[in-house]
Design a protein around this ligand. Structure first.
Ligand code: DGL
Length: 267
């Protein structure tokens, strides 16, 4: 297993923020990334549909002989993680548990906020994951559906983005949270705008880093680490618009993407 690649997938570009953190901690691992750009967003879709899409992607990654899958999408983690774990014979890591763990260890006043897509917030997955660790926290959640298209457009700051963010985030001031989970893979790109509104006293938890740490731990646990000394190689697949993915993906990954290949994930 050791020389095989890690598979990472998301509904689109957002999961590249998770991939960036995995590369930092595991520079020798090969990675195959899939972005479901033809069917994004997942955040407004039902659990049944997200489960079907996630399974199709996992089957594609399995054919590419990955040794572990990182579900680098909050909505797919919220809706399909258990399903994937039941069906697959390789380890599957989601972004919700790592984010919840970091939030619980970060909060001092035990008042935690969560923002995410409609699907993630409706699933209450973060609440469940937090309560499993420690059920003495007050938890406040808010879906922010317009954040994803704003990021996709590259509108990371400016008046319009700020006004929208103010509207979504206004209750967190009254609720006196000291920790806010960025429960969507796109939101780390809005960190500056979000921090400016919720204030310096609120710690922003980005599950990308904690998910990468969990990936390191899982590889260790299964003895799946790649022991080669050279840097890992990366392959990118999408279900539509490879040129757009390549162009905007740079913003998410923090470096240029090599060739992006379009595939038919349904067939
Ligand atoms: N990647 C999704 C998430 O983290 C956001 C985009 C979408 O709605 O598909 O929830």
């Amino acid at each position: 297993m050791n020389n095989k690649p890690i598979g990472i997938f998301d509904s689109g570009l957002g999961g590249l923020t998770v991939m960036a953190e995995v590369i930092k901690l595991l520079p020798h691992e090969d990675i195959i990334y899939f972005g479901d750009t033809a069917r994004v967003p997942y955040g407004s879709k039902s659990q049944e549909v997200v489960e079907i899409f996630s399974m199709q992607i996992a089957e594609f990654l399995k054919k590419k002989k990955v040794k572990l899958i990182v579900v680098a999408c909050n909505t797919a983690s919220a809706f399909a993680l258990n399903h994937l774990r039941n069906k697959l014979d390789i380890p599957v890591i989601g972004v919700i548990d790592p984010g919840a763990k970091t939030a619980v260890s970060t909060t001092k006043n035990r008042r935690i906020g969560i923002i995410g897509t409609h699907g993630t917030i409706k699933s209450k997955s973060y609440e469940k994951a937090i309560n499993k660790i420690d059920n003495k926290n007050a938890i406040y959640s808010q879906s922010c559906p317009l954040f994803v298209p704003l990021v996709e457009e590259g509108w990371l700051n400016g008046k319009i983005t700020e006004e929208i963010a103010k509207k979504y985030l206004k209750n967190f001031k009254t609720n006196k949270i000291d920790t806010l989970i960025l429960g969507c893979t796109h939101y780390p790109l809005l960190k500056n705008t979000i921090a400016g509104i919720v204030g310096k006293g609120v710690k922003l938890v980005d599950s990308a880093r904690s998910t990468a740490i969990e990936t390191v731990e899982a590889l260790g646990e299964y003895n799946f680490e790649n022991c080669k000394k050279t840097n890992g190689s990366y392959q990118f697949y999408v279900s539509d618009s490879p040129e757009k993915f390549e162009k905007i993906g740079r913003m998410f990954l923090g470096k240029k993407l090599c060739k992006v290949i379009k595939i038919n994930i349904e067939g």
